[in-house]
Design a protein around this ligand. Structure first.
Ligand code: C5P
Length: 298
């Protein structure tokens, strides 16, 4: 029997407003997610037992055991239906690993949709979203794509109107950053500081809805950026190199260490990518556009 392939986008948080740590250790967020045209593909084929393989430039840094969100997705869906998760999952990885672009979450959402199709389960959308939220805070957004406001720990989504296209360059850093470590550093930096309730910026939502790149550039904000820079000071040079090269705005993507550069158009993306490469402050550059669709059966 042939396999089922699902394509899933990466994300950038165009706003990441972070509240104080909650008793459960998570942080309340106002997270404005925007899907970008960098994709992982997850292919599910029948197998005797649950196995994972991965291809791509960073494949050696992807866990192939039950720690992979794709494996956990297959197990969760199978358990829900009293099945054994006997499936081979192959991940064609283009999203930076541990990069703040929800690459692991994309593979979780992709595996969920691919297994649902392979096993002919027809799980309703609402139930798929609940399973995604169980897998991780960013996984529901990987399923829906487009643009959305995430509240709670980021998993409770409201779709947002978004025009576009918005043009981006992403600079991939050497190595990853651990999301819990970045939140931990956020808490450390916030000690003794009054943290306001996280709320979405009306100016940012307007800019998304109207497709106004200049207004979006002015409104980009990531409350995790100081923490990511504190753990990885070299990112400051990457941000500066992109800004000097003509990016309209630069910010750390999610918990980093990938950095995101909003640019005017495709031509500017080429120039900014070339300058970032020449600066020697990043490992690779990836141009992309927004919005992008959520997880899609190919
Ligand atoms: O939900 P997910 O498993 O992706 O979260 C990974 C880690 O990131 C959590 O264990 C927590 O340390 C941190 N986190 C947080 N607040 C959020 C989302 C994630 O503190 N809203």
């Amino acid at each position: 029997m042939s396999g089922v392939t699902v394509r899933v986008p990466a994300k950038v948080n165009v706003q990441l407003a972070v509240g104080a740590a909650r008793p459960d250790g998570f942080h309340d967020l106002a997270s404005v997610f925007l899907a970008v045209s960098l994709y992982d593909e997850v292919t599910a084929t029948p197998a005797d037992t649950l196995t994972i393989t991965c291809e791509g430039p960073d494949a050696d840094r992807v866990p192939l055991d039950r720690g992979n969100l794709a494996a956990r997705a297959a197990e969760l869906l199978a358990a829900r239906h009293g099945l054994s998760p006997d499936v081979h999952l192959h991940i064609a990885k283009a999203i930076p690993v541990a990069g703040g672009m929800a690459g692991g979450s994309a593979d979780g959402a992709g595996a969920l949709l691919a297994c649902d199709a392979l096993w002919g389960l027809g799980t309703p959308r609402e139930e798929l979203l609940e399973l995604c939220a169980e897998l991780g805070s960013d996984v529901p957004f990987s399923l829906v794509g487009g643009a959305a406001l995430g509240v709670g720990r980021g998993e409770r989504l409201t779709p947002l109107p978004v025009a576009g296209p918005f043009h981006w360059v992403f600079a991939v850093a050497d190595g990853g950053l651990s999301t819990p470590a970045v939140y931990g550093e956020f808490d450390r930096l916030a000690e003794g500081v009054e943290i306001p309730e996280p709320v979405a910026s009306p100016a940012l939502l307007d800019a998304l809805a109207s497709g106004d790149t200049t207004a979006l550039a002015a409104a980009l904000v990531n409350d995790l950026q100081p923490a990511a820079l504190s753990l990885r000071p070299s990112l400051a040079a990457t941000l500066a190199a992109g800004t000097e090269a003509g990016a309209l705005a630069a910010l750390v993507s999610g918990s980093g260490p990938t950095t995101a550069f909003l640019v005017k158009d495709a031509e500017s993306a080429e120039a900014v990518a070339a300058a970032l490469t020449a600066s020697g402050t990043c490992r690779a550059t990836r141009p992309a556009t927004s919005p992008a669709p959520g997880a899609t059966l190919l």
